[in-house]
Design a protein around this ligand. Sequence first.
Ligand code: B12
Length: 479
Amino acid sequence: MKVVFLQKDTFAKTSIMALSAVLKKAGHECDVMIDCLEKDVIAATLEGKPDIIAFSINIYETPWMSKIGNEIRQRFTGPIICGGPHPTYLPEMAIQESYLDAICMGEGEEALLDFVSAIENGTDTKGIANFFVKDNGEIYRNELRPLEEDLDSLPFWDRVIYDKYPPFQVSHGGVLYHYAIMASRGCLYDCTFCVNTAFKRMYRNKGKVFRRRSVANVIEELKEIKERNIKQIDFEDDTLSLPPREWVNEFLQKYGEEIRIPFQAQTSANLVDENLVQRLKQANCHTMSMGIESGNEHFRRNTYRKHVSDADIRRAASLFKKYDIRFQTFNIAGAPGETLDMIFQTYEINRQIKPDLVRCTFFHPIPGTELYDYSVANGLINETSYLQEISHHSAFTSTTSELKPTREIGNIHHLIGPGVMLRMPRWLVAFLVKLPFGKLYRLLLAMSFVVGFYRINTVSLPYFLKLSITSYAKDVLRD
Ligand code: B12
């Protein structure tokens, strides 16, 4: 069977690499089509004569999927299917897309393989676990299968699938010279804004959500990557340094001895101590990321249920500085109950700890999370209109009309990044947020983002110019 994956933006999607690896191992053929890099993505897809067309979609990509999916449906009679966070957390909404034959919830390796084999063998797809399948106007809704316990049993991601596109051809001057990898899946924490809590709810009694690969297995995959002359590794694990610390120590030691490619990873400030940062440095860590979310500790602990203190954040930041590891912070502005003054606290803590890049997103309740349920239950959003609208937004740019921020909150969101970078005192930002210069502040945000992005990556100038400006800044500047 030939499965063609479709995606909109130029980056190597972890989900597609994971799924393609499993299908190829079973003898199927896979290809990927990137809309941004094709003149006519539909013609290119159909030219390859696929048996199955597959989307991997988050909620913000649904308008794009609908446009492409509807057009393809008119010229393709085989199955069109979709998986990823959107159908995982909103399966009933996703399956309503008229051009889709089936959607997949949750982890998809085994499920997709079952689906493709059923199509190949002409057997029934209606009862395949994890799938909702349409048949003769009926929708068949199946249970989730248990989570894969042994991550080592999964094949290494298929990175080769992207090699046909010049930006990914590293040895021929391709600009995308950083590779994503994951040593674990899931998380141990229960933050109210995060999908991991939703994932835990969905998979209750179906296996442990936080799972880790063995150190040896991850190092083996990294050795394969190293042969491809890659210049940077991005660990996409929700939190690389989760306990047990023995695993973390052993992994960093082996990484330092056998891989040494500069890497970036995410952590939580409460897990950061001098011993860990020393080990990160010895392993050649370039950048660490951590979520602050709110500069108000009470709000962080109670509304976001993130058990990280201000002292943890300050300690982590000063250790990263001491060991010359760059770092970025993730922040949220405009959550229910958050005042302008509290967002200024977020500004202040960032200003004091001086990250290389400050990322701040508007609060968007993500379906499946506790804060989404809270927002619906308390009338902050109307589920139907919110879901129709949110998919047309980006968490970095604006917010839905239902959660429209005041001018001050909109402005402080735009000014957190540039303000921290330019070391603006609080009184100046407090003055600027009152002025009607939102568009100008957004431009400043885009500029500070590009500079910060340059700092946190081991990027070359061509990468910086070709990708950051055209892709990321364009997104930040979007209306
Ligand atoms: C790593 C990550 C990123 C990386 C992606 C790196 C990469 N190279 O792919 C980066 C930093 C680029 C990123 C960007 C964004 N991300 Co992000 N990201 C994640 C994160 C932490 C892990 C996702 C991941 O890689 N998992 C590993 C892969 C293997 O698993 P998976 O994606 O879940 O795919 C499995 C299943 O979903 C299924 N599946 C997936 N696709 C398909 C397709 C088919 C046909 C089938 C059958 C099955 C299937 O099978 C896969 C294997 O088991 C998740 C949170 C989380 N813990 O899930 C957020 C998350 C996916 N991101 C999210 C968002 C919102 C974004 C951004 C929009 C953020 C922004 N404001 O810009 C952008 C969108 C970029 C884009 N154009 O797609 C949201 C999506 C919410 C939603 N309901 O849609 C999540 C869930 C976090 C959140 N806020 O709640 N992200």
